[in-house]
Design a protein around this ligand. Structure first.
Ligand SMILES: [Zn+2]
Length: 248
């Protein structure tokens, strides 16, 4: 079923945003990543920031003071939206994490093909970014890398993949409850660094938590996403000497 109320809301927000300082952008061509910083004044951080994401993860320092992330995700109905850049999965309120003493509410999660972040120069086939916000406006992203292999197919991905909206602006609702916790690897060891949103406006001050363990994705699932988004990953950014830490 098409969710007309959500569509109206999304169009409303898009219209409001257009009145502010947003601009059309792409992953390729004249409105591609190298131009983002010039497309709108609000996108300046994309070209002038020194804390941009994604980055290549290497040389992490072990920091035993980093605590395991507490996940308090709950199952609920979700709506998938193709926003022209990715498929965004909108979740019901109530899911949150606690990361190093700060509570962040899960707002949405989405996918990139291939992965944006690399580990010692190696890309994964895809990545999930779970976007969270604290009460005082701090952003935290959990990144779960997906690798095509012969491992067990992920049931949560399989449920979502039946509802991937193929065209920009389209939405689809999953009425069976989906628990985003089904998208987390068994081993919760992570790398942590300070970065940014990986799409305009490239806002900085984002707490990144990249899981060390990858999840499996099947060839068929990979092909299904690639048929919609052949490439929706921002190129790697300079670390400018940023420190990367590992919690285990
Ligand atoms: Zn992302």
């Amino acid at each position: 079923m098409r969710v007309s109320a959500l569509t109206v809301l999304v169009l409303g927000v898009a219209t409001m945003a257009a009145a502010q300082t947003t601009a059309h952008w792409e992953y390729r061509g004249k409105d591609g990543p190298l131009a983002w910083g010039k497309l709108a004044p609000a996108y300046k951080a994309c070209s002038q920031g020194h804390e941009q994401s994604p980055i290549d993860i290497r040389g992490a320092h072990l920091n035993k003071a980093l605590q395991p992330i507490e996940f308090h995700y709950r199952a609920g109905a979700v709506t998938l939206e193709n926003n022209g850049h990715t498929v965004v999965v909108h979740v019901a309120p109530g899911s949150y994490i606690v990361a190093n003493g700060v509570r962040y509410e899960l707002q949405q999660f989405h996918f990139h093909h291939p992965s944006e972040e690399t580990v010692k120069g190696k890309f994964s086939d895809m990545v999930i970014h779970l976007m969270h916000k604290s009460a005082d406006g701090q952003l935290a992203v959990i990144a779960v890398r997906l690798n095509e292999d012969r491992g067990d197919p992920n049931a949560t991905l399989a449920a979502l993949w039946q509802h991937l909206p193929a065209t920009a602006g389209a939405t689809d609702q999953v009425t069976d409850a989906v628990n985003p916790g089904g998208l987390l690897p068994a081993d919760r060891g992570y790398w942590n660094y300070m970065g940014s949103l990986t799409a305009p406006p490239c806002t900085e001050g984002v707490h990144w938590f990249v899981f060390e363990q990858e999840l499996s994705i099947s060839r068929a699932q990979l092909n299904a996403f690639a048929a919609i988004f052949k490439m929706n990953a921002r190129p790697l950014q300079d670390t400018h000497g940023r420190r990367i830490e590992a919690n285990e």
